[in-house]
Design a protein around this ligand. Structure first.
Ligand code: ATP
Length: 235
C-alpha cells in the first residue's frame, strides 16, 4: 500500500520554550483509519496543525501524496481536509452555503451535484437551508466534516471529533467515519478514548510528552498490551 502521508523527524518547540513535538516520524497508508491516542497536552493537535499548515515546525518534513508541505504547499493543501476541535461556524450562515463557501476558498468552481451528494451522505440535505445556529451539536460537527470535504481531499483529519459529546453522538460520529472510509477517504483522528481508537482504527498511535511512543495495528496492540496496561501507560 502506498503511503499518502509521510512525516519525518518532526519537532516543534513553541516560543514559550515548550517542546510540544519531539522527533515524530510516521507513515499513513491510503485508505487507513489511524487513531492518535494521548492525554491532554500530549502534542496531538500540534502534529495535526503542522501537517495542515497551521503551525510551522521547528524541524522535520511532511509529505502529502509526495508533496512536501514546505515547497509544494498548494498541491499538498488540496489533498487535506481538517475538522478542527472547536466548533467554529458562522451562526447565520445556511448549511449549504457553508460548503459552497469553503469550496470557493479553494478557488474551485461551483459543483452543486457534489455539494448535494456530500450533504446527503452526512444526512444534512434536509437541513441545507437551516442556519447553523439552529442545529444540534451532532449536526454542527457534521457540517464541519462537510466543509472539510468540500474540495474532495484524500486525507481527512479529525481533531478530537467526540470531545465533550454524549455516547449517542459519539456512536453517530463513528458511523460517519466508517462511511467516509468506505468512500475511500484516509482518516486520521485524535482522541482521548481508548474505546474509540479500538473501535474505529486500523492502527493506533500513542503520543505522550510530544513523542510517538508506538504505532501498531490495533489487533497487535490489544493482544500484546491488553487494555488495562495500555491505559495505565498512557495516563
Ligand atoms: P489536548 O488533548 O488537550 O488537545 P494535545 O495532545 O492536542 O492536547 P497540544 O495542544 O498539541 O496537545 O499541546 C502540546 C503542548 O504544547 C502542550 O504543553 C501545550 O500547552 C503546548 N502548546 C500548544 N499550543 C501552544 C502554543 N500556541 N504556544 C505555546 N505552547 C503551546
Amino acid at each position: 500500500m502506498a503511503a499518502i502521508l509521510e512525516v519525518d523527524h518532526l519537532s516543534k518547540r513553541y516560543g514559550s520554550g515548550t517542546s510540544a513535538l519531539n522527533d515524530v516520524s510516521l507513515d499513513i497508508n491510503e485508505g487507513e483509519i489511524v487513531a492518535l491516542l494521548g492525554p491532554n497536552g500530549a502534542g496531538k493537535t500540534t502534529l495535526i496543525s503542522i501537517i495542515c499548515g497551521l503551525v510551522v515546525p521547528t524541524s522535520g518534513t511532511v509529505r502529502v501524496g509526495g508533496h512536501d508541505i514546505r515547497t509544494d504547499w498548494r498541491a499538498a493543501r488540496k489533498m487535506i481536509g481538517l475538522v478542527p476541535q472547536e466548533i467554529a461556524l458562522e451562526p447565520f450562515e445556511k448549511v449549504i452555503d457553508c460548503v459552497r463557501y469553503t469550496r470557493g476558498l479553494y478557488g474551485l468552481p461551483p459543483d452543486e451535484a457534489y455539494v448535494e451528494q456530500l450533504l446527503r451522505s452526512l444526512a444534512l440535505w434536509d437541513k441545507r437551508e437551516a442556519r447553523t445556529r439552529e442545529l444540534s451539536g451532532g449536526m454542527k460537527r457534521r457540517v464541519l466534516i462537510a466543509k472539510a470535504l468540500s474540495h474532495r481531499p484524500k486525507v481527512l483529519f479529525l481533531d478530537e471529533p467526540t470531545a465533550g459529546v454524549d455516547v449517542t453522538l459519539r456512536r453517530e460520529m463513528w458511523t460517519v467515519v466508517r462511511e467516509l472510509r468506505a468512500q475511500g477517504v484516509t482518516i486520521i483522528l485524535t482522541t482521548h478514548y481508548l474505546e474509540e481508537a479500538e473501535d474505529m482504527a486500523d492502527r493506533i498511535g500513542v503520543i505522550n510528552h510530544g513523542q510517538l511512543l508506538l504505532m501498531r495495528p490495533k489487533s497487535e496492540l490489544m493482544g500484546e498490551f491488553g487494555k488495562k496496561r495500555l491505559v495505565l501507560d498512557l495516563y
